[in-house]
Design a protein around this ligand. Structure first.
Ligand code: HEC
Ligand code: HEC
Length: 202
């Protein structure tokens, strides 16, 4: 990532504190401005952390805890040779398809991925939006109907790496202090989105 461009040109930032009649000036060195602690004028000595994806093969890796309830789990194993996913080559499904997942020791693709979450949408003559045969004002107030279960993987879920990413062991520049609030035991290890996807919808 190039955070540098934003900071370029800012040689010194001068903060002026006006207290009554006295003016106190504090200067900051340019090394202290950016997240990288080096000269902001040159990129010659800027070396980002090397991207080092996990090398444990599928079947030997240790799963990563969910970041929050029903977050897409991160890929814990090596994906060498599996990406990019193409229309004729989706290796992920070869191990994660519910029909084979258990025998492969892999987490099964959940029901939510075999559900059509896209409501049938049309425009009425009066210009109002019709979703699932109902006129709606607020499109987020729409329940996912049970009959939307599909016999095949939903097209919107075909490109697994759009949501599930392999992980590189890079040191964060700023520590993330977010702590997820899991509402039930085990929710940091598995998902149940399809059971509560209508939560909060009238
Ligand atoms: C050769 C079989 C195989 C292939 C191919 C494969 N996986 Fe996996 N995957 C596994 C296994 C087995 C696990 C369980 C962890 C382990 O044993 O390494 C796993 C774990 C995962 C997890 C973590 C699940 C959890 O519950 O935390 C995700 C996400 C995942 N894989 C996604 C993918 C994606 C996306 C692809 C395609 C790029 C893929 N996998 C390809 C076998 C496979
Ligand atoms: C649009 C984003 C998206 C795409 C694309 C997607 N997933 Fe997911 N996936 C999620 C989310 C969000 C969850 C957690 C909530 C849930 O269960 O739906 C999840 C959960 C999972 C889980 C964990 C299930 C469990 O019971 O804990 C597996 C395994 C998985 N996905 C595999 C895949 C594979 C393989 C593909 C490609 C065929 C894929 N996903 C495509 C978003 C996505």
């Amino acid at each position: 990532m190039k955070i540098t461009k934003i900071a370029l040109g800012l040689a010194t930032v001068t903060a002026i504190f006006v207290t009554g009649c006295t003016i106190a000036q504090k200067t900051y060195s340019e090394e202290s401005l950016g997240l990288r602690k080096v000269d902001l004028y040159t990129e010659n000595i800027v070396a980002p952390d090397k991207t080092a994806y996990k090398t444990e093969a599928a079947g030997t890796s240790t799963k990563i805890d969910r970041a929050f309830e029903n977050a897409p789990p991160m890929i814990s194993h090596d994906v060498e040779g599996m990406l990019p996913i193409t229309i004729s080559n989706n290796q992920c499904t070869m191990c994660h398809d519910p029909a084979v997942a258990e025998s492969m020791g892999a987490t099964s693709i959940p029901k939510s991925h075999f559900t059509d979450l896209r409501p049938e949408t049309s425009l009425a003559q009066n210009g109002k939006i019709i979703k699932e045969g109902m006129q709606v004002d607020n499109t987020s107030d729409l329940k996912v109907p049970e009959q939307k279960a599909l016999a095949h993987l939903a097209g919107a879920r075909f490109n697994c790496s759009q949501c599930h990413a392999p992980q590189s062991d890079a040191k964060p520049l700023v520590n993330n202090e977010f702590k997820a609030d899991f509402r039930m035991d085990g929710a940091n290890k598995e998902s149940n989105l399809i059971d509560n996807i209508n939560e909060g919808v009238n």
